[in-house]
Structures are given as C-alpha cells and as structure tokens.
Design a protein around this ligand. Sequence first.
Ligand SMILES: Nc1ncnc2c1ncn2[C@@H]1O[C@H](COP(=O)(O)OP(=O)(O)OP(=O)(O)O)[C@@H](O)[C@H]1O
Length: 264
Amino acid sequence: MNLSSLVRPSALGLLPPLHSILPSRIDVTENAAAIECSSLNYSITTRQRNLVPILKDCTFSIPSGQLWMLLGPNGCGKSTLLKILAGLLKPTNGTAYVKRPKSYVFQNPDHQVVMPTVEADVAFGLGKFNMSRDEVRTRVSKALDTVGMSKYLQRPVQTLSGGQKQRVAIAGALAEACKVLLLDELTTFLDESDQLGVIKAVKSSLGDSGEVTALWVTHRLEEVKYADGALYMEDGKIVMHGDGASIMDFIKTQQSSYINQINS
Ligand SMILES: Nc1ncnc2c1ncn2[C@@H]1O[C@H](COP(=O)(O)OP(=O)(O)OP(=O)(O)O)[C@@H](O)[C@H]1O
C-alpha cells in the first residue's frame, strides 16, 4: 500500500506527491520492531550553503503493538523525526524503518477531516480498494467503534470538537488497516475531556492483536503514564529511550535542575 493514500490530501497542502519524496533508503524488509532508526541524521542547507544538523545520530527501536511517546524541549527535532518516519522528509544519512501501512495524523484537527460527514470521511481512503459497500460499511463501523465514535456516523464533521475530529482521523487510518500511527501533538489544542477521549481512542486502536503501534509526539509530561515506552530528545539527539516511568523521572530531574539554576 502506498503512503500517499494514507495522508489526507488537504492536510498535505502544497507538498509534492509522497511517492516522489519517499526516501530510497527506507528499508521495507520484515522487521520485529514496528519502527527502527539507526544512526539517523538530518541536516538542512542554509542559503549561505552552511549545513545545519537538525537530527544527530538517532538510534532507537519501538516494538510492535505498543504506544510510545516522543518528548523534548521546543525545537529539539521531534516533528522533524516524525516527518522522516512518515516519509515526508528524507534523511541525510542513516536508516529509518517503519512497518506499513503507516499513517501520519496532524496536530491541527481541521487539517484531518475532508468529507462532509463522519461516515464519508472514514470511508474516504477505502475507495481505492475496490471493496463492496458492505465491506466498506463494516470497516467504517468497526473503526468508529474502536475510537468511541459510533454514535456520530451521520454527523457533519464541522459540528465535532477538535478531539472528536482527531478520533475520526484515527478511525480513517484504522479502516485502512494501518499498522503504525504517527501522531503529532494531537492534544495540544484540546481541553482535558477531549484530550482523554483521544488518548483512550489511541489506546483502544492498539487493541490486543499487537499489530498496531503508535508513536505520539507530546509536550504534556502527564501523558507519559499512558505509554508503554518513551523517547526523550534534546538538541537533535535521542538522550533517553526506555520505559515511561524512567523517562518521566529523568525529565522531572532535568526540570528541577533548570529551576535550581535559575534560582541560584
Ligand atoms: N526547514 C527548516 N529550516 C530551518 N530550520 C528548520 C527547518 N525545519 C526544522 N528546523 C529547525 O530544526 C529544529 C527542530 O525543529 P522541529 O520542529 O523538529 O522541533 P520540535 O521539537 O518538533 O519543536 P516544537 O516542540 O516546538 O514543535 C528547530 O530548531 C527548527 O527551527
């Protein structure tokens, strides 16, 4: 399956077709990990032709069937890393493997949903599969059930809250049998109840089959408690990679050390 079918066209704006920018060095062989990067580097070239490193030697792996969070201060490279995993940017060197099909869900909920009703939006990506109407209905209904949105089947999408739109976008990916969800700061603009609804939807998307994996970029430290594991980045590097509790302790220690420095 082609990644371009899994990312909403409206969300892509003016980007070129994804198949034309997919990095050739992404390895598509079978892999026990759902996501794996080895010595991944990404640099940009400035107008003055200086090479500026954004990602530096990132090496990590994320097992299938788990929810992982990606944390770090503003500008450390989280979104850049997620875009490389989605195939939207090409690494300068190193390798990135992501199990397919994969789907990138954008931060702004209004960039996710493109059709007039919830049902039409979740069915949107299924058109290319030559499925019967019954099969489409079954997939849409199962996906909406997973994200807790079954009651909203006929709802106009513009009447949904931000978190409900995120859940509809996730349902669209699940309907297409997505194996990896790449989630970019979904809860930034959401209130607490919407935030919890999205977290519950993602947890439920993982199910018990061990087939769906999610990597979630967040600024909200309290969300780490829902994760099976986490990555912590600083200045383009993966500084820590492990279970959520250890990463949370590490970040809290970092924060108190910054506060102590400011107060001293
Ligand atoms: N196209 C670009 N040109 C110049 N600098 C860039 C470009 N893309 C990213 N950067 C820089 O790379 C660094 C990492 O950016 P990125 O958006 O990945 O960070 P982030 O951790 O996601 O930040 P935030 O938490 O604020 O969203 C930043 O310093 C950013 O300014």
